[in-house]
Design a protein around this ligand. Structure first.
Ligand code: GSH
Length: 239
């Protein structure tokens, strides 16, 4: 297996993407790239992964994606796709086995609306740890996050289903999961105390083979995020 160590500025570009494969440019601990890793795994898509040093990005990476963000996909014909929801939808459309998005237009629209709503949740996972680090009172932020969790909980209660798209995992579950996997690391697990259905959802998700296969141990996450908070992210932590 190729090294998982990240490529930095000055590195030479990795070779071409092999025929019949797709490549993921990633960072091992990035929650957005985690979405794409979940979809690649769930659908059993043959791929290789090239990790990027996001503090010191290779020039060749910026040529592929001028935004310099992971996740980014590259096909063997050189097509480049980025923005996590777009990469996941692309994979679901191109690789038609085990579809994750519903075929029904209304159900698909519902998933997109949930995703849009969820985009207002993810910033708390940055704001709360940063606030804590700076010694600020984070109780208001935590209260806001809990309110957002109440809405998600209501959604599950109204649907009477195990997952957000029904009784099996679908795309929306994988789109939200990476942040829930990180609740413990950011000491936010108690935010689920008032939302039992959502908590149950996290338990069901933890049993999924794809979730298990793409997960890092809490200790590894904690160690990485410490280096990140200190301004010296060790993207290769544990390798
Ligand atoms: N909207 C993007 C998506 O959904 O893919 C966000 C991706 C993102 O922020 N990725 C981070 C990144 O690439 C790593 S977790 N950061 C590099 C930078 O900001 O320069």
């Amino acid at each position: 297996m190729a090294s998982e160590k990240c490529f930095a500025k000055g590195s030479s570009a990795p070779g071409l993407v092999a025929k019949g494969q797709i490549r993921l440019y990633s960072m091992r601990f990035c929650p957005f790239a985690h979405r794409t890793r979940l979809v690649l795994h769930a659908k059993g898509i043959k791929h290789d992964t090239v990790n990027i040093n996001l503090k010191d990005k290779p020039e060749w990476f910026l040529k592929k994606n001028p935004l310099g963000l992971v996740p980014t996909l590259e096909t063997s014909s050189g097509q480049v796709i980025y923005e996590s929801p777009i990469t996941c939808d692309y994979l679901d459309e191109v690789y038609t086995d085990k579809k994750l998005l519903p075929a029904d237009p209304f159900q698909k629209a519902q998933q997109k609306m949930m995703l849009e709503n969820f985009s207002k949740v993810t910033p708390y996972f940055y704001k709360i740890p940063m606030g804590k680090k700076n010694g600020e009172d984070i109780s208001v932020l935590e209260g806001e996050l809990k309110e957002k969790f109440v809405k998600l909980n209501e959604d599950l209660v109204n649907k009477k289903s195990k997952f957000f798209g029904g009784n099996a995992i679908t795309m929306i579950d994988y789109m939200m999961w990476p942040w829930f996997e990180r609740l413990e690391i950011f000491e936010l697990k108690h935010c689920l105390d008032g939302t039992p259905e959502l908590k149950k959802w996290t338990e069901h998700m933890s049993e999924d083979q794809t979730v298990k296969a793409t997960m890092f141990p809490t200790e590894t996450y904690k160690a990485f995020y410490k280096t990140y908070a200190d301004g010296k992210p060790n993207y290769d932590y544990g390798l």
